[in-house]
Design a protein around this ligand. Sequence first.
Ligand SMILES: [Zn+2]
Length: 405
Amino acid sequence: MISIHSEPQPTDLGDVRVANRAVVLRHVRLHAPCSRADIAAHTGLNKATVSSLVAELIDQRLIRETGLTENRVGRPATMLVLDGEPYAALGLQIGADELVAVAIDLAGNRLLTWRRAFAAGTASPTETLRALAALARRAIGRVGAQGRTVLGLTVGVPGLVDSAGTVPVATALGWREVPVAAELRAALREPAFTVGVDTVANLAAIAEQRHGAHAGTADLVHLTGGIAVGAGIIADGRLLRGGRGFAGEIGHLCLDPTGPQCFCGGRGCLSALVGLPAVVRRLLPDVEADGPVTDYLPELQRIVALARQDDPAVLSGLAETGRHLGQGVAVLVDLLNPEAVVVGDHLATLAPWLLPAARSGLATRAHAPGAGGCRLDASILDTAAALGGATAALAAVEAGRLPGR
Ligand SMILES: [Zn+2]
């Protein structure tokens, strides 16, 4: 008997409509203001289909008509743009010494950016999640007061994240098996919108690809700074997650077996050489005289001030850090051949002093000539992971699903 189960099944017409809706939304996002005829001409959808989808998207307030018309041969056309008014998406981020909340509208415009001092490295998971939930509730309240419906919320964690939104390990936070998504959903009383969790590196890469200086680049890596150095990898236009979602953990790549102790238990890891606590400890030897550092921003500002004054010890320490950074980036470049590697957080703040040494280290260490054409730059995005979290929270709607379904 011949089984028919492996034969292609007819596509559900509902699926086709969802996919076409996504195509129309994407065209409007990238090319607004644009007309119905533009959409039909550029997407290959027929005009009747476009008209029907546009009517539905206007009805759902995902796009709107503007008063603008386009004069060209034939009739003037009504122009369409994304509707920025009715919705918001939220991104949260657990940083080295702060919690961050960002809200954006459907077009990616920032509605709020909040930073709250919080020592996540020394707090318990329960304390951190309680503070995160309080911040989320306030952000939801703020956008709700503007009359907006929240489409989704994504939290960035400096650690590994599985597909259920649980963090099996976040060494920098001292976390093991923390069900972040489930606990946050419960703390927010099971909201109608999706609560997602991802690594800060993945979310920062999503933000870079959408909003950064190399936006639209198909092969791009964002290397996070802060407490945990990690890579968010966009390969061939898509986030590279690996089999269980743990790809990109380059922070514990050993660069020097005799190097400084890492918080993971190893020695000479990339994190132990270029991570924020490591850099602060190396460049400001007196920093822990009064106990462990819980607030890194003032220390980072001290390093910047000393570098601006051409302090020789700080400049040579930053150049050494830059060389280590270049070594780590060379591994990424040899493995992935990205068009750009963008560094974030304190690596971006210290970029004027780190990147010259890092670029020359990269050019020397990478196997491909000219580092395979890779640009190494500092991120221009503020709070990239939270922005990426908000961007990721739009994914369902951008994939063509209607809000609230
Ligand atoms: Zn390590």
